[in-house]
Design a protein around this ligand. Structure first.
Ligand SMILES: *Cc1c(COP(=O)(O)O)cnc(C)c1O
Length: 389
């Protein structure tokens, strides 16, 4: 079946007692068993039946199954935020003495997790330019736990050449782990591009209008020890599983994802094209523009749509503040891929805890405004931007 059909028709693991056509929210903690042997089967993970909602819950399992069918992954695990999914994944692959090869271009908290938090546990961060394949090849060695990257970086919009990077790490038996939050996993075949494990902040496109926090680890099974550790060690020991209510919202969000994504992406392309002509805007960053250096690579890997986030560079930091202060329709807020259009100055917010030198090394500029484009009529968004400029 087509992905759009799968996204709205996912079978329940058991028939619903009342014939509900939406998966109910099982706001439950513990589950009864008919006998002792079936308890053993559940606790050993063999029966796939829930025993305790820190590690398995029927509503969360339903979301995981829906994502598994849409991605063709071997296993999917839902966490209570994108950062919970990312940190559990690192706990599954890394240990003292190992290194993580990654980029300086990344979501601020993930960069801090790798370079500060994990460093305290003896994991080395090897930060390299991922567009320099030779540098990546040199950085990866026998102690490399994974190559970690974002498929489109936030807010720089650098696109990773996935098949090329995958060839480098595959030779050395190192997993390629990709944060794919920027393009919905329904738009492309992550495994065919060489990704071993996807991690997604489902808070963004999936949740259906910023309804809930969540994160997904989508594992293609090429490194069985990762799935084993996530499902049978970390869910138990760390306790960051998704809540049933969030899973309900996100399973519902997935049903409308394709429709929302198409409108938001076409809005973003129309706006990016129009903004290039406006005085006061020095540069428009959007991988959907044919003038963008990553345009062809992005189209080849992720298809015709380029997502709903774009950036504009104004003449100075002060102009960015003035612009934000004058917005009337577009909201001054963080988050991405809400139904509403959001604007933020990453330099003074998401990256505020970094020094000027660190921000320069990460190419986070004081002149950049990040826009996450929503479902509004594009003319209204353009009019608001014009008056704010
Ligand atoms: C938002 C985001 C995260 C973190 O996700 P949360 O759900 O906020 O914890 C990680 N990576 C990227 C690319 C993001 O945009």
């Amino acid at each position: 079946m087509n992905k759009r059909t799968i996204a709205v028709h996912t079978p329940f693991p058991h028939p619903d007692a009342y014939g509900s056509i939406a998966m109910p929210v099982y706001h439950t903690c513990a589950y009864q068993f008919p006998d002792a042997a079936s308890m053993t089967e559940a606790f050993s993970g063999r029966s796939g039946e829930p025993d305790y909602s820190r590690v398995m819950n029927p509503t969360v399992t339903f979301l995981e199954n829906r994502v598994r069918q849409l991605t063709g992954a071997q296993s999917v695990t839902a966490f209570n935020s994108g950062m919970a999914a990312i940190s559990n994944l690192f706990l599954a692959v890394a240990e003292q003495g190992k290194n993580i090869v990654t980029s300086p271009h990344m979501f601020g908290n993930t960069y801090s997790l790798i370079t500060k938090t994990l460093k305290r546990f003896g994991v080395e961060a090897r930060v390299v330019d991922l567009t320099d394949l030779e540098a990546v090849s040199k950085a990866v060695d026998e102690q490399t736990a994974c190559l970690f990257l974002e498929i489109v970086t936030n807010p720089h919009l650098e696109v990773a050449d996935l098949p090329a990077l995958s060839r480098i790490v595959r030779q050395k038996h190192v997993p390629l782990i990709a944060d794919t939050t920027f393009i919905p996993f329904t738009e492309f075949d992550a495994h065919a591009l060489g990704i071993d494990v996807q991690v997604v902040s489902s808070t963004k496109y999936l949740s259906g209008g910023a309804t809930s926090l969540g994160g997904l680890v989508i594992d293609y099974g090429t490194f069985p020890s990762i799935e084993q550790r996530i499902k049978f060690e970390l869910l138990f020991n760390v306790g960051a599983y998704m809540t049933p209510h969030a899973a309900y919202m996100q399973a519902l969000g997935l049903e409308t994802l394709d429709a929302r994504y198409k409108v938001q992406s076409s809005n973003a392309l129309a706006l990016a094209t129009a903004l290039q002509q406006l005085p006061g805007i020095r540069q428009v960053g959007y991988v959907g523009l044919s003038s963008n250096p990553f345009h062809d690579l992005a189209q080849r890997q992720f298809g015709p749509t380029a997502g709903a986030m774009l950036t504009i560079d104004l003449e100075s930091e002060q102009k960015c503040y003035d612009f934000l202060n004058r917005l009337k329709l577009i909201l001054r807020a963080t988050n991405l891929f809400d139904n509403k259009t959001l604007a933020i100055h990453p330099f003074s917010t998401i990256f505020v805890s970094y020094s000027a030198a660190e921000k320069a090394a990460m190419d986070v500029r004081p002149t950049t405004i990040r826009l996450s484009i929503g479902l509004e009529q594009v003319d209204d968004l353009l009019a608001d931007i014009q008056q704010a400029l």
